[in-house]
Design a protein around this ligand. Structure first.
Ligand code: M6P
Ligand code: ZN
Length: 187
């Protein structure tokens, strides 16, 4: 059993910054190549896509990890900027997203091919049930900023999403974001 002493961290509710910052992961568009329908153009590979700033805790089924994600606006082709997306390695681990700023869609999918898309905007609290893969998509013109809390031993399975994708993708349409079947979904 791994236990911690209580502690407090400041979360900037506007910018999402965690103070003090402990563990920052930066993803560039090039890190997402192969996940969009279209390849990421070589000249855009270095463009910042999102950062994840974590409040660390020892990996255990009784601790909680949390992090702020700041996802930059933009598109690759008609597809909006998004996170890599993952299942939890420990499949039944759940997660909660609290959105602080921006406008997004939370795309979720199960291994038996179901999908669900939920809105993200300041004040939404999305409950990502266990066994649902999750990816956030920035459909607005500003950074999408959200705070996530998850069981510390959840772990990341990115490989299944890299191979199969989600059942749906979110594209820019004439009158706003459109959720359409993923033509490259492999089940
Ligand atoms: C949220 C949480 C994190 C995750 C991040 C980015 O903050 O789900 O665990 O790392 O989004 O998503 P991904 O890891 O799929 O790139
Ligand atoms: Zn997760």
């Amino acid at each position: 059993m791994t236990s911690l002493e209580p502690f407090t961290t400041m979360l900037d509710l506007e910018a999402g910054a965690i103070e003090p910052e402990r563990k920052l992961t930066e993803r560039r568009l090039g890190d997402l190549d192969g996940l969009f329908l279209e390849p990421v153009p070589a000249e855009r590979a270095g463009e910042p896509a999102y950062t994840v700033s974590e409040i660390p805790a020892p990996v255990s089924g009784s601790n909680l990890l949390s992090s702020t994600t700041v996802l930059q606006p933009g598109r690759v082709g008609r597809e909006f900027h998004m996170t890599k997306g993952h299942y939890h390695e420990v499949r039944d681990r759940a997660e909660i997203y609290v959105t602080l700023a921006g406008e997004g869609r939370l795309v979720m999918g199960t291994e038996d091919g179901r999908h669900q898309v939920e809105p993200m905007r300041r004040g939404t609290v999305n409950y990502v049930a266990g066994r649902w893969a999750h990816r956030s998509v920035n459909v607005g013109g500003e950074p999408l900023i959200f705070y996530a809390v998850y069981v510390a031993d959840a772990g990341y399975d990115y490989g299944t999403i890299e191979e199969e994708g989600f059942p749906v993708v979110v594209l820019a349409g004439d009158s706003g974001p459109e959720v359409v079947p993923n033509p490259r979904y492999r089940k």
